[in-house]
Design a binder for this molecule. Structure first.
Ligand SMILES: N[C@@H](CCC(=O)N[C@@H](CS)C(=O)NCC(=O)O)C(=O)O
Length: 194
């Protein structure tokens, strides 16, 4: 597998996931300042010209959450995903999809001084978004219980990322969860160069 990444990008999350799984892979460092994601070769892999991008044989996986989900299933024996069809799998999907489809656009739009209709916009408004974050954040342990999974890499990683940029006002419960996330040795190894 080839992991196209830059340590100052969202690819630290997929790098962290690869480390949690101890998954054999080659890291391909991409220089964003030199627009190396805009070369014809890279755009052939990912027309969005974005990191992270994972290439596994003939399969190209893009989008942080999709890469984490793909890896958790590929290395299922490592136990970072609940079994397909299990009740936990539904909750797990919720944690995987909420950050990219709702939380990220909400926080990004919130930073801009624009009028947006929270009813038709898929990400609602800050009040509801923060209520969802609060409700989904575990008081102890991990997103789907005692077991750390890819849901924590994606959801917890997103909370850590946006708290770090002061784009999310973390409650004490969210702060404590982010601290548990950041205490993981593989999180620290992948984020050391940020
Ligand atoms: N939705 C994508 C976002 C990826 C993304 O925006 N990556 C940024 C770095 S954090 C990037 O590659 N930017 C380069 C560019 O847009 O040219 C994901 O979750 O993976």
């Amino acid at each position: 597998m080839k992991h196209y990444m830059n340590p100052r990008s969202r690819a630290v999350t997929t790098d962290w996931m690869l480390r949690e799984l101890d998954a054999p892979h080659e890291t391909v460092l991409i220089d964003l300042a030199k627009s190396e994601t805009r070369t014809p070769e890279f755009l052939e892999l990912n027309p969005m010209g974005k990191l992270p991008t994972l290439v596994d044989g003939d399969v190209v996986v893009t989008e942080t959450a999709a890469i984490c989900a793909y890896l958790a299933d590929k290395f299922a024996e490592k136990g970072l995903a609940p079994s397909p069809g299990s009740p936990e799998r539904g909750t797990y999907y919720r944690y995987l999809f909420f950050p990219g489809t709702t939380l990220e656009p909400l926080l990004s739009v919130n930073r801009l001084d624009v009028e947006a209709d929270p009813v038709s916009m898929g990400w609602g408004d800050m009040e509801r978004g923060m209520a969802a974050v609060e409700a989904m954040t575990p008081s102890e342990g991990w997103a789907i219980g005692d077991r750390f999974t890819a849901a924590d890499v994606v959801f917890g990683g997103t909370l850590a990322f946006f708290s770090g940029f002061q784009m999310l006002q973390a409650s004490p419960k969210v702060e404590a969860y982010v601290s548990r996330i950041q205490a993981r040795p593989h999180y620290q190894a992948s984020h050391a160069a940020m």
